[in-house]
Design a protein around this ligand. Structure first.
Ligand SMILES: *[C@@H]1O[C@H](CO)[C@@H](O)[C@H](O)[C@H]1NC(C)=O
Ligand SMILES: *[C@@H]1O[C@H](CO)[C@@H](O)[C@H](O)[C@H]1NC(C)=O
Length: 253
């Protein structure tokens, strides 16, 4: 007993409280995403934003598998491939969308660490001529985006984080590389980033202009260019390591 107590104390000090854990361990296949509806809010994700004009379901667009996770993450055994194509119009809108949102009774507001890892894949990567909003709160106070921003011209093979209209971190993403992010909300707030198995480091200290919240979208939203019909082949983005903790942060991916 004299040995067990110190071990338990060390363990509890080392682990932050995860307030929303959505590392797909409680999903066996993507068909589990289809069990969610407004009248049956089961699982860890709301799944209602996807191309739905031809009888598609969430699992028409989402694929789970170990090949879609950051191999460095140990707390999950799979990640998700998020797909959009020309029929990804949600409720007839001009944008192409497949997104996951939190299903939780926790408000997810305050001083929190929102973790997400993502990869721009070598196969079916997004077209850099289009703005892709790939992690964002509905209020758009802090967005991870890929591609040329809407209203600008040309192409931009750029992965960046934007808050308050300013780009606070930006790279030309190496396709097939995992980028790990922590969006730190509340106060103090900021942005943590790393690649692959490297420890996340704080790259921006300053306001993210928001306080967290459950209207947090993880997935692909591609804007049209000048309102034109979108020209697109299958486009995929991979995500894993999605969770929110209230202390720490845990800096290993
Ligand atoms: C787009 O993807 C959906 C869902 O997987 C599929 O049903 C549809 O056939 C695809 N459309 C095209 C044009 O490839
Ligand atoms: C779709 O893929 C085909 C074959 O690789 C290519 O010729 C075409 O330009 C692509 N279209 C778009 C819109 O990317």
């Amino acid at each position: 007993m004299q040995i067990i107590l110190p071990i338990l104390l060390v363990a509890s000090l080392a682990s932050a409280t995860v307030v929303w854990d959505v590392r797909f361990n409680d999903y066996s296949t993507a068909a589990d995403f289809d069990k969610w509806s407004w009248s049956n809010q089961v699982g860890s994700y709301q799944t209602y934003i996807y191309g739905n004009l031809h009888g598609e379901t969430a699992s028409s667009w989402l694929t789970l598998g170990s090949q879609f996770k950051n191999p460095s993450t140990t707390a999950e055994n799979q990640g998700v491939k998020v797909k959009i194509n020309s029929t990804s119009t949600w409720n007839g809108g001009p944008m192409l969308r497949t997104e996951l949102l939190p299903q939780t009774t926790n408000a997810l507001t305050g001083h929190l660490y929102f973790h997400v890892s993502l990869q721009i894949p070598t196969v079916n990567p997004p077209d850099p001529a289009y703005e892709h909003q790939i992690v964002f709160w509905e209020e758009h106070y802090a967005d991870i985006k890929y591609g040329q921003l809407s209203g600008q011209s040309g192409v931009a093979d750029t992965l960046q984080v934007i808050t308050g209209g300013q780009s606070i971190w930006s790279v030309t993403p190496v396709k097939g590389t995992w980028y790990n992010f922590i969006l730190e909300t509340g106060s103090p707030d900021g942005l943590w980033v790393s690649t692959g198995s490297s420890a996340l480091q704080k790259v921006f200290t300053g306001s993210l202009n928001g306080n967290g919240g459950t209207d947090w979208h993880v997935g692909a939203l591609r804007l049209p260019i000048n309102g034109q019909t979108q020209q697109i082949n299958e486009t995929d983005i991979y995500y894993s390591g999605i969770y929110v903790e209230d202390s720490g942060p845990t800096t290993t991916p």
